[in-house]
Write a protein that binds this ligand. Structure first.
Ligand code: MN
Length: 295
């Protein structure tokens, strides 16, 4: 087991706590990014405003707990995401999008955004976007489990993924205790979002990611009161990735090329076609200068 402190970051004007990548943990299965946004009180600020920006080589996975955010992308999708819903964007060989709190909304927000690295054989696939308003759920010893991705306890999430992985939201409104069956070939980690949880006899509160490794048949979960957590897991990824800015690639050359294509403004070169995002009230973001990257 490994306890990893989340670190402070900022996304679209909001403070976030970043659990992955961290100094001690670059990935959990194909999950290569895990941000916990908020909770931000209503009227505490202007909400989330992430202007148009590109992605390659990954899927962005947004799980909304409180608040409403509009996603707009270069495929022409415009989709409000509300509590209990998932937005899944497959960047593949290139897409751009924006995320803005709904105009006139309360500004309150609580969400997680995760990225899933696409394996070599899938990472140049065509871009796509899906909204999922309903996800499978099941009771678990007083917890309410929502299956965000993958399979668990006989349920299967409709969210398309391209490697063996799982994501589960675990919500307790009062005391709860259960052993969750696990896939021994997967590595797992748990992040508490609100309240506290005891995981495999290890007390856990927000802002610490508990990495559990692999080889477990089950995981004991205990909540003494109201709590909310997410569990992510998957087959160890087995490929070296390079994650920089909004790109998941394999080499610095790819990242330089994708950054140049985006910053050229047309959104399109021989190698990359990021398109354009229409309707966002937020300014288009520019790729910063690519540093000398060492893996
Ligand atoms: Mn994005």
């Amino acid at each position: 087991m490994q306890r990893i402190e989340t670190h402070a970051a900022e996304v679209g004007g909001l403070p976030v706590r970043r659990a992955v990548p961290s100094h001690g943990r670059r990935m959990v299965g194909a999950w290569c990014f895990l941000d916990h946004l908020g909770p931000v009180e209503p009227r505490a600020g202007g909400g989330l405003h992430v202007g148009p920006h590109p992605h390659i080589g990954l899927q962005t996975f947004t799980w909304m707990i409180e608040g409403e955010v509009v996603h707009r992308d270069s495929l022409g999708n415009e989709q409000v995401i509300r509590p209990g819903e998932v937005n899944l964007m497959t960047a593949g060989r290139g897409i751009s999008h924006s995320e803005d709190s709904v105009a006139g909304g309360s500004g309150g927000l609580h969400a997680t955004q995760l990225w899933i690295a696409l394996p070599e054989v899938e990472r140049r696939r065509a871009p796509a976007f899906e909204h999922h308003a309903r996800l499978p759920g099941f009771g678990l010893g007083g917890f309410r489990a929502t299956l965000l991705a993958g399979r668990a306890c006989g349920e299967s999430s409709p969210v398309p993924v391209y490697s063996q992985l799982v994501g589960i939201d675990l919500t307790a409104s009062g005391p709860a205790a259960e052993a969750l069956p696990l896939e021994p070939a997967f590595e797992y980690a748990v992040l508490v979002l609100t309240g506290s949880l005891t995981v495999a006899d290890e007390p856990l509160a927000p802002n610490v990611l508990l990495y559990l490794g692999r080889g477990r048949q089950e995981l004991s979960l205990r909540s003494s009161g109201a709590s909310r957590s997410i569990l992510v897991g998957g087959e160890p990824f087995g490929e070296e990735i390079l994650l920089w800015w909004n790109f998941v690639a394999r080499s610095r050359e790819e990242i330089v090329s994708a950054s140049a294509a985006w910053n050229a403004g047309s959104g399109s070169t021989a190698d990359y076609a990021f398109g354009e995002v229409h309707g966002s009230p937020s300014p288009r973001l520019s790729a910063p200068e690519v540093p000398l990257i060492r893996r």
